[in-house]
Write a protein that binds this ligand. Structure first.
Ligand SMILES: *Cc1c(COP(=O)(O)O)cnc(C)c1O
Length: 376
């Protein structure tokens, strides 16, 4: 039997009639764009995260772009983030006319190294985007203290961290805005593209609501600003409301699986990517490191175990972003580059059985032991 990296069919089978009823409600109302279900999801998601507002939009990349735009980031501005992330983080910065500036990651967690943050700030720096990669939160107390000293904004990329916490606060709820993707494979996923921004700043929320809907001010054909179209579908809102009720249980199961991996891999010659002390993680990915990464992936694949790499090419090495960067960038990204050659993500989803977790761990141990013996 094949063990996939993630399995959405298992999740949807479990939800069965609830999803169908949600879909039927939207058809009955013909509320296909924004509408009541989306409004209710916004309220429920804001309450879940502990902010006063949530603004639903079309996807996670737009969520980042709306937040940057609403805060006033544009040409001439720099935004600091990391290169060990999905392309969308830097894409949103460039789309706003600003320039991404990458800082290296911490060797243990592979998240933004906050000790390097202050050194990367220049007079052009207008915002910081910490990325809560793998479902682990960057220490937001450290980021907020530095941002406050320099008077710059903090926008959290929480696309992989629905429900995670930093110092007891939900991912996305500490910064000026927190951005989420509900791409189907995320911990909370729609059945198509969807995203949201959370904030407790009412004016910022209003600007984002106008921006996502053609700059509309109240009445249907009254446009206060030049906006865009980044609205969430009614169907996605209704589906996300159903799934949100299961998020805590799903995340708890992910943590249980992570604990089992930790126990079973304790004596195996690999390193497990760490979670900061300040965060309770939701394990969007469970990531290990080994110099034998490519051989290990090959052997696991042969025994029916799917793995992934998040991410194989850091953004400072992507042709899309190199034109914006100083030529010497590589020297400053030693940890990011070293990690990209060694990281591998193991199967991780709430419906993964204990037996399958054992099979993955045993296969890793067998593979690395036999390679060590062969090399000796
Ligand atoms: C998924 C993801 C995004 C983008 O979300 P989309 O909904 O695919 O646009 C942004 N940042 C990170 C870290 C992500 O994982």
């Amino acid at each position: 039997m094949r063990i996939p990296l993630a399995d959405l069919r298992a999740q949807h089978q479990q939800l069965g009639r609830d999803l169908q009823e949600a879909i039927d409600r939207v058809f009955a109302a013909s509320d296909f764009v924004l509408g009541k279900e989306v409004r209710q999801f916004e309220e429920e998601y804001a309450a879940y995260c502990g902010t006063t507002e949530a603004i639903a939009c079309a996807n996670g990349t737009d969520a980042l772009e709306l937040a940057l735009w609403a805060i006033g980031i544009g040409p001439g501005d720099d935004v600091i983030t990391v290169a060990n992330t999905f392309a969308a983080t830097a894409e949103a910065i460039v789309r706003c006319g600003a320039v991404p500036r990458f800082v290296d990651v911490d060797r243990q967690t592979l998240l933004m190294d906050t000790t390097r943050l202050e050194g990367a700030i220049t007079p052009r720096t207008r915002a910081i985007i910490p990325v809560h990669l793998y479902g682990s939160c960057v220490d937001m107390a450290a980021v907020m203290a530095i941002a406050a000293r320099h008077g710059i904004a903090v926008i959290e990329d929480a696309a992989q961290a629905q429900g995670a916490t930093s110092r007891g606060k939900r991912a996305g709820a500490t910064g000026h805005a927190g951005c989420f993707s509900f791409y189907p494979g995320k911990n909370l996923g729609a059945c198509g593209d969807a995203g949201a921004v959370i904030t407790s700043d009412h004016e910022l929320a209003n600007r984002m609501r106008q921006m996502r809907d053609h700059g509309r001010a109240g009445k249907k054909y009254e446009h206060a600003i030049v906006g865009r179209n980044s609205r969430m579908d009614g169907l996605q809102g209704a589906i996300l409301r159903v799934k949100l009720r299961h998020l805590d249980a799903w995340n708890a199961r992910r943590r249980e699986i992570a604990a089992t991996y930790h126990a079973l891999l304790r004596d195996v010659d690999i390193r497990i990517v760490a979670v900061p002390e300040s965060s309770e993680a939701v394990y969007h990915q469970f990531v290990i490191r080994t110099a034998e990464r490519d051989a290990l992936r090959h052997e696991l694949e042969a025994s029916g175990i799917q793995t992934g790499i998040h991410y194989p090419i850091p953004l400072h090495r992507q042709p899309a972003f190199t034109p914006y960067l100083p030529a010497s960038m590589g020297d400053l990204m030693a940890e990011t580059d070293a990690a990209a050659a060694e990281i591998v993500s193991l199967p991780m989803f709430p419906e993964l059985s204990d037996a399958d977790v054992h099979r993955v761990a045993t296969s890793i141990a067998d593979c690395l032991t036999s390679r060590a013996v062969a090399a000796a």
